[in-house]
Write a protein that binds this ligand. Sequence first.
Ligand code: BLA
Length: 312
Amino acid sequence: QSSLLPPLKTVSTFTRDWRRRRSTCIQTFSVSYHKFVEFALDETRRHTHLTPSPLQEKFSFMNSKDGKGRLSMLSFEAAKIRLLRSLIIETETMQVFDFTVFPEAEYDVPIFCANFFTSAKTNIVVLDLNPLHDVINQHEYKDKYFKSLIPLGLKYTQLFPWGGKLTSESIKFFSPIVIWTKFTSNPQKYDILYSAFRDYYKVWLELICKSVKETDESQIVLNLEAQHRYLTWRVEKDPGQGVLKKLIGDTLAKDLLRSFLFNGVDELGSKTFYDYFPQYCTEEGTLHKKGNIVGKSFENRPWDVRGEFIGE
Ligand code: BLA
């Protein structure tokens, strides 16, 4: 926080920072995502005991290379939860919140995923209970977790219009209640986003609390592979990679991605990105680093109001 700026004042659940820019006199708005993670931790503790993860020792706080940004990391374990981890990035121009909770392989409960990027102008939001298994064709899995949540999804997806085209494969990691949206920065939207976050997290906690430990070894193997596939996708394709590398450099960014954010990618399975996503392999056998092969798709929400997939 520069000493030239007035102290931040907390209004409602957000930090509203009406800075006057000397040159443009544009009022900007910045948020704090710390409330979000505090809510999630408090709420989790109401149901279960959280133990700090061994990762916490290595990943807790980092400054960006230019000294102007900070990265705050938290990680925990609990019964049924392999890893609950949070990353908050705060710089003069953006705030990022990346909060994900990975269940143990004995549970086929979705992965809780909140991924918010905020700059002065725009917000990029993914909030979802990322399904572990196919929810486009596998009705049993879909109904088990999402049937009762469709009204909740509808409530928020009406408030947050579909964010437009996205990397095609991502849709397979999303559920019928996914909130994928972009909006220009404004206080009301943050209040709604906070409310959506709380509601989604509360229903996710109910799911994990109610879930029954799987004993069928072959099903556990399927859950484990789905978790590993998810980690492999995100570690390779996370759109935040560029920003992270700029902030902390290539080596630290890679370590943060593999060891912290998508921890488990090197331990839970041995398949590679090519094994899971062969469409990304070039004829020479190298990985397409830039963009993607299938391209961006889904201009409009590919789920209807009943939670049926209506995409291509
Ligand atoms: C953009 N982030 C996006 C987009 C998606 C996601 C769908 C739109 C662009 C695209 O589809 O490629 C998020 N995609 C996800 C998530 C899953 C997925 C959550 O497949 C889960 C399966 N994002 C971060 C971090 C930063 C960040 C840590 O997680 C910054 C440090 C930034 N995300 C970020 C930026 C963009 C973005 C800058 C816009 C850039 C772009 O469109 O490529």
